[in-house]
Ligand binder design. Structure first.
Ligand SMILES: [Zn+2]
Length: 172
């Protein structure tokens, strides 16, 4: 990827100026997940609150206060890596989260720590840090299995693709 292309992806002013449909989704994850910088999967609801009017109704959402995500759950399931520090909350801006042809232009995912994960939010990796400690036990079998899991090329490629489209906005 060239520098110019990367610059466009993280051009915050350009993203702010975009007048496309913008939704917001607030989710909680356990503090331990954030500490581990876990990868999570989010099954986004079929309707997400309009980020411009916060549900009150505006031109962007045709006064409905919401935007539609794809009907099929698989098409609105997102995967992302948690940012390193969620103690003050963090917002991830996902650009075209459901692909170029879906109507939603941006999805703001507001993350905070909670006592439990929000419904539809799953941890998919990496293993909890206490599992890492167990994997380092003398028998070594767990460590080999862990290495195979983390090194899967498809997983790494997916994470790289995700990293390219995620703009991290701290302190919003
Ligand atoms: Zn609206």
């Amino acid at each position: 990827m060239g520098r110019a292309e990367l610059g466009q992806l993280i051009d915050r002013e350009g993203l702010d100026a975009s007048d496309g449909a913008r939704g917001r989704l607030a989710i909680a994850v356990p503090a331990a997940w954030a500490r581990d910088r876990a990868d999570i999967e989010i099954i986004v609801p079929a309707r997400v609150t309009c980020a411009r009017c916060d549900g009150g109704g505006c031109d962007s959402c045709a006064r409905s206060g919401a935007h539609r995500a794809p009907a099929e759950a698989a098409a609105r399931t997102l995967r992302l890596r948690l940012p390193p520090d969620l103690t003050a909350g963090a917002t991830l801006r996902l650009v075209r989260p459901f692909g170029e042809h879906a109507p939603l232009d941006q999805l703001l995912v507001e993350l905070r720590e909670g006592s439990a994960a929000s419904p539809g939010v799953l941890r998919v990796g990496p293993p909890p840090s206490d599992a890492l400690a167990r994997a380092a036990a003398p028998d070594g079998g767990g460590l080999r299995a862990l290495g195979a899991q983390l090194g899967t090329p498809a997983v790494l490629a997916a994470l790289a693709a995700i990293a390219a489209v995620v703009g991290l906005l701290l302190g919003r």
